[in-house]
Design a protein around this ligand. Structure first.
Ligand code: ADP
Length: 619
C-alpha cells in the first residue's frame, strides 16, 4: 500500500514560529562550516565573521546604496535610477565553479510523475499550420516561486507555476520561470539543465556573500532558470522547517533578481508567488533600486494566505540585509519582534492578485485574513481575484495513459465504470460498479475540512457507498483515515501517500469528489474532477464557490453539490443529495457528468486576465 510520503506545506512550522520570539537555532545552511553563533545572528548580526572567500567577497558587490532607497511608499512609483547602484552582473567576479549537485538524486516523492514531458517532447509532425494571431504587444514576464510541476510539486502552487506560463505563451508573453534548484528535482530534469552562468552575491547584513549558479531548461516555449546553491537547496522536499526555510528563501528572492541582472534579461513584469518569493518586490524597490531590473513592475499572487514566512526581525534583517525602514509596521513588522515576509511583498507589489474573486474578498475579513486582513484592506485598491484554471493537456481523460480506460464525453458513462472497477481492485475495495464511489485527494490538514469528513464517515458507509482517500499530512488525519479503513474494510481505503498516478485514477474512477474545505483560495481538485466527469461536493468558500455551480433540481442545472456553513451535518446532507440523484435519477446525474466535462476549466480566459493586468502596469 502506501509507499511514499511527501512533505507538505509547513503549517505547523508557521504556528510554532509565530509563537516563538527567538529562533530555536540560528542555523546557517549556506555556511554550515562557519555558521554564525546564535546570539550573534540575532542580536548583533553585523558583528558576524565574514566567511566568504576574499575574492568572492570583493566580487559580491550587491548594490549597497541604502541611501538611494525609497521609503515604504515606494510601491507607488517604479524606482528611478539611483546612480550609486550598480547592476550585479558588472560586479561579478568569476570564481572556480562550484560543481552543480548532480548526484543520483533519489527521486523526490513530490515529483514522481513526469509522464507528460516525454509526450510533449515527441518530434512534431509537420502539418499545414494555421497562422495564429497573437495579441499585441508582446510582454516579458519572470515568474518567481518555490515549486513547479513536474520538477517539484506539493500542491496547487506547483500546478499553477507550470500551467499559467504555458498559457501565457499563447497570449504572446515571453515567460521565464525562476525556481530553486532543489536536489529533489528528478535526475532526468537535472540532466537536461544547461549551465547559464554563476556569480557571487552579497546577502547578509554583514556582507557575507554566496555562490549563485544558474541552470537553464527550455521546454514547451517556457524558459526555466534554476537558482543553484547546494548549501541552501541541497536538502528538503522542498520545504523543511522555518529555521532553514527563512534563510533559503531570503537567498532565493535576492538571487532571482540578481540572476535577471546577470543574464541581462529585464522583464516587463516580475510575477511573484507566495511567501517564498515575497521579498522580491521588497528587494526590487530597495537594494536593487537603480539596477536594470528595477524597471520591471511587480505582481504578487497569494495562493494561500495561511503561509506567510514569519520570523523574528533580527534574523530576517540579518539574512536579507534589508534596510531598517522595511521593518516598520507598514511593511514587514508584525507584533513586537517579528517580521512577516508576505506582508512586505504585499506592501511593495504594484498589483496583488489571489486565485479567486471570492477569496480576494474573504481575506479582507478577520476570519480568513490570518492576521493580514487589515493590511489587505489597506492595499485593496491593488488587490483582485483571478481564478485558476488547469492544464487541459495534462488533465485529459481521453489521452491519459494512467487510466485503465481513457474516455471522452461520448464514452464517459461506459468507460467510467471500467475505471471504477480498476480502482476498486487496486485499492482493495469491493469490486462492484453499482457502488457510489466518493474520492478525496488532498493534503491532510485542517484547511481541508477533514474533521467534517471524520465526523460523518461512519454515516456514509451504508453498503452502497465507498470512500477512497489519497493524501498525506497531519498525523491525526492520517491515523483517523487508516482506522476507518480498518473498520470498514472493502468500503473505505486510506492511501496515505503522495501518488500522482493514483490521483489520476481516482479522478477517473470515482463518481464524486469531496472538497469540504474550511477555506480554499481556489482549489484545483474540483476543477480536475469536473474535467474527468466526476461530480464535486464542495463547501461554498473561496474558489470552490466560484467554480462549482450548485445543482438545482428544479431547472436541472449545475455542476455539483454544495453547502455553506462549516458543519458536518450540512456536508452529509449534500452528499446524500448527490447519492439520491445518482441512485434515483441516473439520467440527470449522467447529464451533469457530461455538463461537467464540457465546462471550461482551462487557463484560457484567466491567462487573458493576467495579460491585461500586465498591460495595465506596462501598457
Ligand atoms: P492545495 O494547493 O491547497 O494543496 P489544490 O486543490 O489547489 O490544493 O491543489 C492540489 C493539487 O495537488 C492537485 O493537483 C491534486 O491532484 C494534488 N494532490 C494533492 N494531494 C495529492 C496526493 N496525495 N497525491 C497526488 N496528488 C495530490
Amino acid at each position: 500500500m502506501p509507499t511514499k510520503k511527501t512533505v507538505n506545506k509547513p503549517e505547523a512550522e508557521e504556528a510554532q514560529v509565530k509563537k516563538a520570539a527567538a529562533p530555536k537555532a540560528e542555523k546557517a545552511p549556506a555556511e554550515k562550516k562557519a555558521a554564525p553563533k546564535k546570539a550573534a545572528a540575532e542580536k548583533k548580526p553585523a558583528a558576524e565573521k565574514k566567511t566568504a572567500p576574499k575574492a568572492a567577497a570583493k566580487a559580491a558587490a550587491e548594490p549597497a546604496a541604502v541611501k538611494a532607497e525609497k521609503k515604504p511608499a515606494a510601491r507607488k512609483a517604479p524606482a528611478k535610477e539611483a546612480a550609486a547602484e550598480k547592476p550585479v552582473r558588472k560586479t561579478v567576479k568569476k570564481t572556480p565553479a562550484k560543481k552543480a549537485p548532480v548526484e543520483e538524486a533519489e527521486m523526490a516523492p513530490v515529483a514522481e510523475q513526469p509522464a507528460p514531458v516525454v509526450e510533449q517532447e515527441a518530434p512534431v509532425v509537420e502539418q499545414p499550420v494555421e497562422e495564429v494571431q497573437l495579441p499585441q504587444p508582446r510582454r516579458s514576464v519572470a515568474f518567481i516561486g518555490s515549486e513547479c510541476y513536474p520538477f517539484v510539486k506539493t500542491g496547487g502552487l506547483g500546478d499553477v507555476m507550470y500551467a499559467l506560463p504555458k498559457a501565457l505563451t499563447k497570449q504572446n508573453c515571453d515567460v521565464k520561470v525562476i525556481l530553486p534548484r532543489y536536489r529533489c528535482i528528478p535526475q532526468k530534469y537535472q540532466d537536461k539543465m544547461i549551465y547559464r552562468g554563476e556569480f557571487w552575491m552579497n546577502l547578509c547584513s554583514d556582507g557575507r556573500s554566496f555562490y549563485v549558479g544558474i541552470m537553464e531548461y527550455v521546454w514547451d516555449g517556457v524558459v526555466y532558470d534554476f537558482i543553484d546553491n547546494e548549501d541552501f537547496f541541497g536538502y528538503g522536499n522542498p520545504y523543511t522547517n522555518l529555521v532553514d526555510d527563512i534563510p533559503r528563501y531570503c537567498f532565493f528572492a535576492k538571487a532571482a533578481l540578481a540572476a535577471l541582472n546577470y543574464m541581462n534579461w529585464v522583464p516587463d513584469i516580475i510575477h511573484c508567488h507566495d511567501w517564498q518569493a515575497a521579498l522580491v518586490p521588497v528587494y526590487l524597490r530597495t537594494i536593487f533600486n537603480g539596477t536594470p531590473v528595477a524597471s520591471a513592475r511587480t505582481v504578487f499572487t497569494i495562493h494561500n494566505l495561511r503561509f506567510q514566512g514569519v520570523y523574528n526581525i533580527a534574523t530576517i534583517k540579518y539574512w536579507t540585509g534589508l534596510p531598517d525602514h522595511v521593518f516598520s509596521y507598514e511593511v514587514m513588522k508584525q507584533g513586537r519582534d517579528d517580521a512577516n515576509m508576505l506582508k512586505g511583498g504585499l506592501a511593495y507589489a504594484d498589483r496583488i492578485t489571489t486565485v479567486s474573486a471570492t477569496y480576494a474578498g474573504e481575506i479582507q475579513t478577520p476570519f480568513y485574513g490570518d492576521g493580514l486582513d487589515g493590511h489587505l484592506r489597506y492595499h485593496s485598491d491593488r488587490l483582485r481575484g483571478i481564478v485558476n484554471g488547469i492544464d487541459v493537456e495534462q488533465w485529459d481523460s481521453s489521452t491519459d495513459k494512467k487510466l485503465a480506460a481513457p474516455y471522452d464525453r461520448e464514452t464517459v458513462l461506459e468507460q467510467k465504470r471500467a475505471n471504477k472497477r480498476a480502482l476498486q481492485e487496486a485499492l482493495g475495495l469491493e469490486v462492484d460498479e453499482g457502488k457510489f464511489v466518493i474520492g478525496l485527494i488532498s493534503r491532510l490538514t485542517d484547511q481541508k475540512g477533514l474533521d467534517l469528513v471524520n465526523a460523518i464517515l461512519p454515516a456514509l458507509v451504508d453498503g452502497n457507498t465507498q470512500v477512497a482517500v489519497l493524501g498525506t499530512g497531519e498525523p491525526q488525519y492520517e491515523d483517523s483515515f487508516r482506522s476507518f479503513e480498518q473498520a470498514y474494510k472493502g468500503s473505505v481505503c486510506a492511501y496515505i501517500a503522495y501518488d500522482e498516478s493514483l490521483a489520476h485514477r481516482i479522478y477517473a474512477g470515482a463518481d464524486a469528489l469531496l472538497v469540504p474545505s474550511l477555506f480554499e483560495p481556489c482549489g484545483l481538485t474540483q476543477l480536475i474532477a469536473m474535467r474527468y466527469g466526476t461530480v464535486p461536493v464542495v463547501r461554498e468558500t473561496g474558489g470552490l464557490k466560484d467554480t462549482v455551480q450548485p445543482y438545482n433540481e428544479f431547472t436541472n442545472e449545475g455542476n455539483g453539490f454544495t453547502f455553506d456553513r462549516y458543519e458536518s451535518g450540512l456536508l452529509l446532507d449534500s452528499i446524500n443529495r448527490a447519492k439520491t440523484l445518482y441512485f434515483t435519477q441516473r439520467d440527470r446525474w449522467d447529464e451533469m457528468v457530461r455538463r461537467d466535462m464540457d465546462k471550461d476549466v482551462s487557463w484560457d480566459s484567466s491567462a487573458v486576465q493576467y495579460r491585461n493586468l500586465y498591460l495595465e502596469l506596462k501598457p
